[in-house]
Design a protein around this ligand. Sequence first.
Ligand SMILES: [Zn+2]
Length: 338
Amino acid sequence: MIRKLVQLFAVMLLLTIIGAVAIRYSGLRTETMLSKSDGKIKVVTTFYPIYLIGLNIADQVENVEVDSLTKLNTGCLHDYQLTTEDMKLIATADVMVINGGGMEGFLEDVTANYPNLTIIDTSQGISMLPNINNTFANDTSTAEEASKLGEYNAHVWLDPKLYMKQIENFRDGLLHYINNADQGINLEIEKITKKINQNSDIYLNEVQQLDQQIENYSNRITKSSEQKSINRKAVIFHDSFAYLANYVGMEVTFTVPLDSDTALSAGDIAEIVDEVKAQDIKYLFTEQQYSDSIAKQIEEETNAKVYIIDSVVTGDGAKDSYLKSMINNLDVLKTATQ
Ligand SMILES: [Zn+2]
């Protein structure tokens, strides 16, 4: 009898231990699978244009928090190196949303350190423009430039139609994550899904209206260029403008890259001046994020004029920042081509 009691006690003890381990395990699992930050889903975007999508589509969505990995004045990420602080922030992220196309040169470091982190690539399925070869830097920089920038031009957000695709990719990736998350915690998935869809529709609609304005303008200048064979040759100082230039039928003759550490010699600048004269280039599109001193120098010596556009890689972090900057870009284009 005593032996049976001992056996029964041993079995009960074993079951208790198994139960405790199981509860502990499931508790851990819920924590890691669902969210690392107090029951909230933390979405980390890599830089400004992607952050703006997050701000819009997760606006007032309970339990979804959107952050930017880099500061809002960082600009394009071509030469960006991750800091210890960045790594700490990524460690708290449930989802990381990237531009893709090679813009995040540090992506491999992230996936190596956090192999289980969900990454949403917003440029998935978008065909990118090829990179324009820079012929006006010395040979070493050209090779460096080529390996750094890759084969394709990743600045797709500057074409509103492609930006809309990025919004959709962000939305779909986020909803997929939320709907496949463990439902053990207090997450009202239906409510969140509905709100994200509503927000995305509103933002898509706003970008669509912007796109319509640019298309109207584009149709007008393409037509007038054909009729009067107007010269629409342009030099750009950062590859990003190629998308908008391409959209509105401007011919980008070459790029003088100012968004990298390439230094132009006096000889390089003289060569650019000669080329601008030889090809009768009318427009020099530089960006407010970079110094326009070289562009001004070229303007002084040629018939080309400097226009300053905004590649929406920095800003005040307002929800409508993209729309405002793009309307401003359209105004600059109108002024340039009137
Ligand atoms: Zn760039």
